[in-house]
Design a protein around this ligand. Structure first.
Ligand SMILES: CC(C)(COP(=O)(O)OP(=O)(O)OC[C@H]1O[C@@H](n2cnc3c(N)ncnc32)[C@H](O)[C@@H]1OP(=O)(O)O)[C@@H](O)C(=O)NCCC(=O)NCCS
Length: 309
């Protein structure tokens, strides 16, 4: 198909189910090509709440490409938090790849960042897609850091291996927005930006538990645990607490009945990788943080989803 038959326009909320389906199908196509196992795709009745949240915070940063029949064949979504531009998604239908559409969608998403004065540029992509790595490197975002997707599953009649926290901390689930300033100051050191938008979203969505941790009276970090098994992010005030925060957050998920758990670990987090593998987590895949410069301190930070790090 000729690209002249393709229209690019801003994403609307009504596009989000098709956009997410495109993301999943295209990722599976890539995985199949590489001989990897694919993800089962459920038919959605509603768009994922994270996508709705991202489109609400950044309505001018997301674009869809549509063909003459109205079919969605491309999707990009970028977020701006302080001076950082972050690409949450860039996907082109496999039948239309390598014709320039991806770079067009990326160009539009980057224009949104330039217009708003962004100084740092970042995203996560598949380590097994050299084409994507090439596109982003050319645009000033070379590979910075490997990330490991680590997962474990259990059968109904089995239990998970327990994680032991080296430092015993008090865990409190919070629901009130009065904590956001404290969470945001932890983010500033660990993630190198403030993102109250995400805290409002996590606190309001019943699928996410925001946990704060104290060592005695001292606040030493927070973690977000979702009901589907994702433990992301985990944020520490000091390096010595990171492993303990993670162990407590994983055990919180176990107590909520998780049968599956997943998190995204930064390559140099050796102590974390060792603790997780000993507890039955395996590495499902490696992805790459591509960025104009580093965007977090790996001694303090285990990322949120790859769509917003
Ligand atoms: C990655 C993706 C978005 C790119 O979109 P696309 O429309 O296929 O790509 P384009 O045709 O716009 O651009 C590809 C560019 O990469 C270059 N390229 C491809 N493979 C390359 C390689 N191995 N080394 C160097 N350059 C390479 C091409 O030459 C082209 O650049 P050019 O126009 O200067 O010649 C698309 O292929 C896709 O959806 N892939 C699967 C999902 C994915 O990986 N998404 C990224 C997740 S963040």
């Amino acid at each position: 198909m000729n690209l002249k038959a393709i229209t690019i326009r801003r994403t609307r909320q009504a596009d989000l189910i098709d956009a997410f389906t495109l993301v999943m199908n295209t990722a599976n196509h890539l995985r199949r090509k590489r001989g990897m196992s694919t993800t089962r795709i459920k038919k959605l009745k509603q768009p994922p709440s994270l996508l709705v949240h991202m489109l609400k915070t950044d309505p001018e940063g997301s674009f869809v490409a549509v063909d003459k029949t109205g079919k969605l064949v491309g999707f990009s979504m970028a977020l701006i938090r302080e001076e950082e531009w972050y690409l949450a998604f860039l996907f082109v239908d496999p039948t239309l790849q390598s014709k320039g559409l991806g770079q067009k969608l990326l160009g539009k998403a980057m224009r949104y960042g330039k217009k708003n004065g962004c100084k740092r540029w970042a995203l996560v992509t598949f380590s097994y897609n050299p084409q994507a790595i090439a596109v982003y490197s050319k645009m000033g975002m070379p590979p910075q850091r490997p990330l490991l997707t680590m997962e474990r599953k259990r059968d109904d009649d089995k239990s998970f291996k327990k994680l032991r926290s080296p430092i015993k901390l008090t865990v409190t689930k919070i629901t009130e927005e009065k904590y956001i300033n404290r969470l945001t100051s932890l983010d500033r050191r660990a993630r190198q930006l403030a993102r109250p938008e995400e805290h409002f979203f996590w606190l309001a969505d019943e699928n996410y538990d925001t946990l704060i941790f104290h060592d005695g009276k001292k606040l030493v970090g927070y973690a977000v645990v979702n009901s589907r098994g994702m433990i992301a992010p985990v944020v520490a005030s000091e390096p010595k607490y990171l492993v303990s925060l993670l162990a407590h957050a994983v055990e919180w998920g176990v107590a909520q009945g998780h049968k599956f758990q997943i998190m995204f670990v930064q390559g140099e987090q050796l102590e974390v990788i060792r603790m997780l593998t000993a507890a039955g987590f395996h590495i499902d895949e490696a992805t790459l943080l591509m960025a104009s410069e580093q965007v977090s301190d790996p001694k303090l930070y285990i990322p949120a989803t790859l769509a917003h790090f």
